[in-house]
Design a binder for this molecule. Structure first.
Ligand code: ADP
Ligand code: MG
Ligand code: MG
Length: 209
């Protein structure tokens, strides 16, 4: 596709719901190691609610889908991740009034990252979801600047987010519940970085479908 529209956004979020559900236990286990063990449950509850909200919806732009995701996640996910993801999707929705080309994809991912950082004040390297979103947004931007289309830009973003999630393993947490463990948080993957990588993988798969 040369641009990604509302049908892509609906497919993305349906795939996100499915992948979060399939990885519910893994996300719980990751959060049990360095947090309170609820991240998989929180995310699954949120995306199940999003799926119900979007059933039968006929949006005309990706931003409409992303706005519904934002408001639903804010009211159903709870914990740290609910407001962070809610802000990310809300900021992203504002840049998705129409179909997205590669630079539009980069704009949305950068806005999402800015929302996460505005809300949570985490810097890169602090073992949070920022460590997935920052390389994702950068990869989308550089793909767009080198002439890639939106599908390739999203694939680059998803791969960078997966590598970013891997890179959280040796980090010491400086934000969120995991920071209470100090040095003992090292050696574990950050659950929010992993859920972020799953969401971006779903976005790329929907674009490639
Ligand atoms: P809680 O920690 O309240 O139980 P979750 O378990 O749902 O919430 O989410 C935890 C995830 O939220 C962490 O793995 C991390 O990625 C993310 N997180 C926590 N605090 C911040 C922050 N200040 N900035 C960015 N991400 C954060
Ligand atoms: Mg938790
Ligand atoms: Mg919690």
């Amino acid at each position: 596709a040369t641009t990604l529209g509302a049908d892509w956004a609906l497919d993305w979020i349906e795939r996100a719901r499915a992948v979060v559900s399939a990885n519910r236990i893994e996300l719980i286990e990751l959060d049990r190691a360095i947090g309170d063990g609820d991240h998989g449950e929180n995310m699954d509850r949120g995306f199940t609610a999003v799926g119900a909200k979007l059933a039968g919806a006929t949006p005309s732009a990706p931003g409409e889908v992303l706005k519904t995701v934002a408001t639903t996640l804010m009211s159903t996910v709870g914990g740290a991740a609910g407001p962070l993801y809610g802000t990310a999707f809300l900021r992203g929705s504002k840049l998705a009034d129409g179909s997205l080309d590669a630079s539009g994809v980069a704009d949305v991912l950068e806005a999402a990252l800015e929302g996460i950082q505005a809300r949570g004040k985490a810097e890169p390297g602090e073992k949070t979801m920022v460590d997935a979103w920052l390389p994702a947004a950068q990869a989308a931007r550089s793909a767009a600047e080198s002439g890639a289309g939106p599908v390739e830009a999203l694939r680059a973003a998803a791969d960078a987010a997966a590598a970013g999630s891997d890179a959280t393993i040796p980090m010491v947490a400086r934000k969120g519940r995991a920071s209470y463990l100090g040095e003992r948080s090292a050696g574990h993957r950050d659950p929010g970085a992993q859920s972020s990588a799953l969401l971006l993988a779903a976005a790329a798969e929907a674009a490639e479908a």
